[in-house]
Design a protein around this ligand. Structure first.
Ligand SMILES: Cc1ncc(COP(=O)(O)O)c(C=O)c1O
Length: 357
């Protein structure tokens, strides 16, 4: 799974790496994400949401595997494919309970029949998605049962051997082995996190850190306000540092997705009113509001922090802006850099992803 800019890791380099490790099919959320990957060598890209009618030519030209959810889309795709004399692979998404994208269960068989009538379309797969595989196991099992029932109906039409059936995300992969079917669509786990608690046999590695450097240090007198809205005032002379990161880079934009996150956030705000960035000498409190591109931190208690020092920020990786350069390490060494959609060598030379891994 490479949606959300490969969960913040940078889609093109991540795709090239995974393809080099032999993954035959990678998936992205939409057409823009697929195009952002560019040419991931030796692998196919499945776009998990149906393109708009006007996007179809682009999707076909890039030989993407396309998600279909309606007969209209199948028809448009079929004429396009025929016009280009090109076989196009289609996956059907069926909604077994998510309540979002997909054909309704009763629409699946007619859609399959429609695709089978089109000589230029290949039915590559049929898939569904679980909204609560980590929490609601009964509902997830019901979804899977429905999906398997649909599979029987579709296979009864014949000629179904090449169709890949897929359903499992990370949570289902861990909690419901019978959902593995022909392939699994794993994101969270792939990038070193687990959506459910798992045993000690799992060795998760940190795949990602957000770092920046201090670009200015100065001392403000007592009573000086800091930042927009003048929400913070120094209580005594304060040594401050400025880092060139703000909400345009994704800082403090983390969605409060779980009750635990919400409680932590409320406690952080209410009790201490404080967020931190991290320096080897200790945590540095963020002072005042985070700006669009600049944030101020308090260095009063850490005299051994200097101009140019690196600090680490806690930031949800998916919300980190794609404009922020990514530096990739392999076996402890910088392998390449992704900046402004270009791939650079460790010394800053433009390089190709082909054959890099
Ligand atoms: C259709 C689909 N399948 C699989 C996944 C992967 O989910 P996870 O990151 O929980 O493995 C996603 C993620 O959003 C998704 O939208």
């Amino acid at each position: 799974m490479l949606k959300g800019n490969a969960y913040g890791h940078g889609a093109s380099v991540t795709a090239a790496f995974l393809a080099s490790r032999g993954l035959p099919l990678l998936a992205v959320g939409d057409l823009t994400e697929a195009l952002d990957i560019g040419q991931a060598p030796q692998t196919s890209i499945l776009v998990l949401s149906p393109p708009l009618p006007e996007q179809l030519p682009l999707a076909v030209r890039h030989r993407l595997h396309i998600t279909a959810t309606s007969p209209e889309l199948v028809q448009s795709l079929s004429s396009l494919a025929q016009g280009r004399n090109q076989k196009v692979t289609v996956h059907i998404k069926v909604d077994t309970g998510f309540g979002r994208l997909g054909a309704a269960p009763e629409e699946l068989v007619p859609l399959v029949k429609e695709i089978k009538k089109c000589p230029y379309l290949k039915l590559g797969g049929i898939f569904t998605h679980f909204p609560a595989a980590g929490g609601d196991r009964i509902f997830t099992a019901q979804q899977l049962n429905l999906f398997l029932k649909l599979k029987e109906e579709v296979c009864a039409l014949g000629d179904c051997d090449d169709v890949l059936w897929h359903a499992a995300n990370s949570a289902a992969f861990l909690t419901l082995p019978s959902s593995h079917l022909d392939l699994v669509r794993i994101g969270t786990l792939l990038y070193g996190q687990s959506p459910v608690s798992v045993g000690a046999e799992w060795d998760f590695r940190t795949t990602w850190q957000f770092k920046t450097r201090i670009v200015q240090i100065r001392t403000l007198p007592k009573g000086h306000s800091v930042g927009y809205g003048r929400k913070y005032r120094t209580k005594k002379p304060a040594r401050i540092g400025v880092i060139p990161v703000g909400y345009s880079h994704g800082l403090e934009l983390e969605p409060l997705t779980t009750p635990l996150r919400q409680i932590k956030h409320a406690l952080g705000q209410g009790l201490k009113g404080q967020h931190f960035v991290f320096h080897p000498m200790g945590p540095l409190p963020i002072l005042g509001r985070v700006g669009m591109g600049l944030t101020t931190v308090d260095l009063s208690k850490t005299p051994d922090v200097y101009l140019g020092d690196s600090v680490t920020l806690s930031m949800r990786r998916v919300t980190a802006s794609a404009h922020v350069p990514r530096i990739y390490y392999l076996a402890g060494k910088v392998k390449c850099i992704l900046a402004n959609h270009e791939v650079l060598s460790p010394t800053g030379r433009k390089i190709s992803l082909l054959g890099l891994f």
